[in-house]
Write a protein that binds this ligand. Structure first.
Ligand SMILES: [Zn+2]
Length: 308
């Protein structure tokens, strides 16, 4: 299968710094891969492809899973769309952190899912659109009247420059994170901003939980720490101007269910009634939210390139 050939080729170098010295730190424990393995609400924590660590920048990557796009294209995840109210709160909290630009600025959400961030952005006055590889999620967005294109970025229907590009929990899913960040820098206005959220593999929670950390899952094929995340942004021509530990918003029953998966079966209980319908913030301080501007020299290079 072409996937495996691509995987072998992907062994040879780090997706961030290009170093060739990668060490196997966790063997694969995945069975048969299906689109379901890539669902956003997947709860098989600790189940991943073989993870290699770069000796140069410490980036962790699943080199053999470098061709995962087909799984996303066929992804159906109704549990994810059922969480729309809480995911919408989360999207709004993220957008509220972005320094105000001119009203009606153009916003692009990459990995838009069923469009909850696009929807919030429109409500906040942005001219917003998104891109999503899963045709089921893209259709769900479209049925809500949201402008979400099917595919990946860059996309032929997405042209011109943007004021804001959001990449929320996406960069850990791609095998060419640096190229993606570079393309984002190129698609921003000189005073535009990129908003990125990704898990932090060097966080306290990740270190305590080891390979059982909830972000170790099949769909995550790259794992950043602060050092290599900032290295990637710098190489892409993006300059961090605001760094936060974002909270997630979940239904209380969902949090109850997910934390119970760490307990032996005999200790698991049904959620108490008083939790029904409640939405709560969860902040394990194990993700980064970084807002970046385009570095001045990156923009000059781009201008020089397009003039040539
Ligand atoms: Zn590296």
């Amino acid at each position: 299968m072409a996937t495996q050939d691509a995987g072998r080729a992907g062994h040879s170098c780090c997706w961030i710094c290009g170093a060739q010295n990668l060490e196997l730190v966790k063997p694969s424990n995945i069975g048969n891969l299906t689109s379901e393995s890539f669902s956003i609400t997947d709860s098989h924590y600790g189940v991943t492809g073989a993870i290699y660590r770069c000796s140069g920048c410490q980036f962790l990557q699943c080199s053999e899973l470098s061709e995962v796009l087909p799984y996303y294209e066929n992804l159906v995840d109704s549990a994810y769309d059922a969480g729309r109210p809480e995911r919408s709160i989360q999207a709004r909290r993220i957008l509220e952190l972005v320094p105000k630009l001119q009203p009606g600025g153009r916003l692009l959400d990459i990995g838009a899912g069923s469009g909850f961030l696009v929807e919030q952005a429109i409500q906040m006055g942005y001219e917003a659109e998104g891109i999503e590889p899963s045709s089921w999620l893209q259709k769900t967005a479209e049925q809500r009247g949201l402008r979400v294109h099917l595919g990946t970025f860059p996309h032929r229907a997405v042209t011109g420059l943007f004021d804001i590009i959001t990449l929320i929990d996406v960069v850990e899913h791609v095998s060419q994170p640096l190229q993606l960040l570079r393309r984002i820098a190129e698609a921003l206005h000189p005073d535009g901003m990129a908003v990125l959220v990704t898990p932090d593999v060097s966080s306290f929670a990740a270190r305590v939980m080891g390979w059982k950390w909830w972000h170790f899952r099949v769909a995550h094929i790259g794992y950043f720490n602060q050092g290599n995340l900032f290295l990637a942004l710098d190489k892409a021509g993006l300059l961090p101007i605001l760094v936060r530990r974002p909270a997630w918003y979940f239904r209380a029953e969902y949090v109850w269910d997910r934390t119970h998966r760490y307990l032996p079966r005999i200790l698991r209980m049904a959620p108490p009634h008083f939790l029904a319908g409640r939405v709560m913030p969860v902040n394990l301080r194990d993700s980064w939210l970084v807002i970046c501007r385009v570095k001045a020299n990156a923009h000059e290079r781009r201008t020089a390139g397009s003039a040539a």
